[in-house]
Design a protein. Structure first.
Length: 283
């Protein structure tokens, strides 16, 4: 059980979940300060073997498919056990060029009047800025707990704000703001966190509530955006290899430069429409 005897408006930050994949041929799966001893456990889907080490960390692999690598999971309780040394784990992943698949960062707000009801109201009125396309709301029908979520679980990134005290059945004020990065953003999120150590800025980079004074007081840091990992998508490959050739052929005509300028103007117009749209969109 967490210690909740904090003064008014106390805020703490921490990494709450970490998962990554290590190539099968690599011997060292985590920093040397973590013991490798453990016990066999039932593997999760698509894996044939599982091991749980002494701090609660788990590793899974498929002995028939070594190309899948070995998947390491440090849950919230495991991250708490590792404590301040968790940054060493994050650096280990970055320096080893391993593949992060999930990173959860949490802000715990104690003894404040941060209201989930007010957040729900602002979301319903769309008085916020975010690329999130959906905003599920969950309420415990048998208890006091409630959760406001922005974005789809399992996507590149999504945010949950919920009553942690109600979840833990504690008579206190404890709100958790938790941002989760999936496989498409976990690498950039990990590197951003290592560079800035600024979870509040990363949360504001995901969502901003311009009129919510309490939120802006708690999350007063400048927004830090975490982008999708750059990669050559099939769409970009088609544009560069096929469409570009067709455009080049059109430019061979007498009005080729005029056509090119008109095309660029149209592209800029479409881009402005996308970026200036007030609707809630997800890239």
């Amino acid at each position: 059980m967490a210690d909740t005897n904090y003064p008014k408006d106390t805020i703490t930050e921490r990494c709450h979940w970490l998962a990554y994949t290590v190539p099968y041929y690599k011997d060292q799966l985590w920093p040397s300060f973590i013991s490798a001893s453990g016990k066999e456990i039932r593997p999760i889907a698509n894996f044939t073997n599982g091991l749980e080490i002494s701090n609660g960390g788990r590793v899974f692999w498929n002995q028939n498919r070594p190309n899948m690598g070995r998947h390491v999971i440090f849950s919230g309780s495991c991250c708490d056990t590792i404590g301040e040394n968790l940054n060493e784990c994050l650096s280990f992943i970055k320096e080893g060029q391993y593949k992060p698949t999930r990173l959860d960062l949490a802000i715990d707000v104690f003894n404040t009047n941060l209201s989930l009801k007010h957040m729900q109201s602002l979301v319903e009125r769309r008085e916020f800025n975010s690329h999130a396309q959906v905003a599920p709301y969950h309420k415990d029908l048998l208890g006091k707990g409630e959760t406001v979520q922005l974005g789809k679980a399992g996507s590149g990134s999504f945010l949950r704000v919920y009553d942690k005290a109600a979840e833990q059945k504690l008579e206190t004020s404890w709100i958790r703001i938790e941002i989760s990065y999936g496989a498409r953003k976990a690498k950039n999120a990990l590197e951003t966190y290592l560079q800035t150590k600024d979870i509040r800025g990363m949360v504001r980079g995901f969502v901003d509530f311009p009129t919510w004074r309490k939120w802006n007081c708690i999350l007063s840091n400048a927004p830090i955006a975490v982008r999708y990992e750059t990669k050559q998508t099939n769409t970009r490959k088609w544009l560069l290899e096929s469409v570009a050739k067709s455009i080049a052929k059109e430019m061979l005509f007498d009005d080729g430069m005029q056509f090119r300028n008109k095309l660029l103007e149209q592209i800029n117009l479409e881009y402005r429409i996308l970026t200036e749209n007030d609707d809630i969109i997800d890239w």
